[in-house]
Ligand binder design. Structure first.
Ligand code: AKG
Ligand code: FE2
Length: 372
């Protein structure tokens, strides 16, 4: 079945089909169709070991059970690299606070040296919870992230092939080691007093991810994740057994001139999403996305990726292509890391105030001038 831009469900692609020459072409055809029309998919039977995933999930849930004072020891404001704990309601999406609590981790990298550009501080060391309080946490997270990193490399090559490019066509956009971000997110049930405008309470507001690809593990059985099709309708993406949700970020969309589409999504916290079929409480919802990064130094002059004409011609929506070109020009005018850095400073203003007060002041001044 081929996907259309007014899709009513999210395609399911079976990773094991990539492993045999007999089934791989079918997989690539379905992937191409999905990249162009949907921008979201379930990857079934992903090559991640069950042990590694289960241990990471258990440790992730344990982390949220720590007393608040332990969490605050690794609060994000302590980190010049925007890594660590954010309290409930600390982040704003689409002008409203998100009803979620989260920890940001990333591929462990050294802080940049004094001669490197300031924006390189989007990479750096993590704030780890202490090993005595939660033994084995760091090891479990790093094992999981290294397996998802392997998958991201494999999947990037499959995307290139789906666009009739050599499997190595995208290699130039990544660093070695490449920083990926891993967020651990908890959505508590909505407060009874504040629900229901029909949409439900905002877990995370409508947005597109900014990176290359996102590999999302829905760690509990809750519904709530919703994906917007090109007709504007919201399509539910409930957890399916043994799958990741994979979606396209704005960097990949821009790099492919809009061929791969980055799709708006949100998390709605309706009360009925927090009970099972028998009406029993499911407790909080947990989800663990990995955001695959690109090299922060990437800029327009370094990008040589050209999608073949016969693939470009599959996209009928000319506006999608011209919008993606505008995003490309804006995102890669200087380096992508510079734009990411300024966005982080303004969305985590406590971190900005503490570590980069001049950058924050200039960014806020710029925003005031823009809105005046
Ligand atoms: O929690 C989820 O299922 C999705 C989270 C998300 O979209 C994000 O953090 O970018
Ligand atoms: Fe997202």
């Amino acid at each position: 079945m081929s996907a259309s831009a007014s899709f009513t469900s999210i395609p399911v692609l079976d990773f094991t089909q990539t492993l045999s020459p007999a089934t791989k072409p079918g997989f690539l055809a379905q992937l191409r169709d999905t990249l162009i029309n949907v921008g979201f998919l379930y990857l079934q039977n992903p090559p991640i070991s069950h042990d590694v995933q289960d241990t990471f999930t258990a440790k992730g849930l344990e982390l949220f059970h720590l007393p608040l004072e332990k969490k605050l020891k690794i609060e994000m404001v302590n980190s010049p690299h925007f890594l660590g704990y954010s309290r409930l309601g600390a982040e704003i999406t689409a002008l409203k606070p998100d009803h979620r609590e989260q920890f940001d981790f990333a591929t462990e990298l050294p802080a940049p040296g004094p001669d490197e550009p300031l924006y390189r501080n989007i990479c750096g060391p993590n704030q780890w919870p202490d090993e005595i309080t939660i033994p084995g946490f760091r090891q479990a997270l790093e094992l999981y992230l290294s397996e998802v990193h392997q998958l991201s490399t494999t999947f990037t090559a499959l995307i290139a092939e789906a666009l009739d490019l050599p499997p190595t066509a995208m290699d130039g956009v990544f660093d070695h080691p490449q920083q990926h971000k891993l967020k651990l997110i908890k959505y508590p049930p909505p407060p009874a007093s504040q629900v229901d405008d029909g949409i439900g309470f905002q877990g995370v507001g409508p947005h597109k991810d900014s990176g290359f690809l996102t590999f999302l593990l829905q760690a509990t059985p809750h519904r709530g994740l919703e994906v917007q099709n090109k007709s504007g309708e919201w399509v539910s993406a409930p957890p399916l057994p043994n799958t990741f949700v994979v979606n396209i970020g704005r960097a990949l969309e821009a790099l492919t001139g809009g061929i791969c589409t980055a799709t708006t999504h949100r998390v709605c916290l309706r009360p009925d999403n927090f009970v099972d079929a028998e009406g029993n409480s499911l407790g909080p919802r947990f989800s663990f996305p990995v955001f695959q990064g690109v090299s922060p130094d990437l800029s327009a002059d370094k990008i040589t990726l050209v999608v073949p004409d016969h693939i470009r011609a599959l996209v009928k929506d000319e506006k999608a292509k011209s919008d993606a070109e505008a995003t490309f020009n804006q995102m890669f005018k200087t380096s992508i890391g510079e734009g990411t850095f300024v966005a982080r400073v303004t969305s985590h203003q406590d971190v900005g105030q503490r570590w980069y007060p001049d950058v924050l002041a200039r960014a806020l001044q710029g925003q005031r001038e823009f809105s005046a």
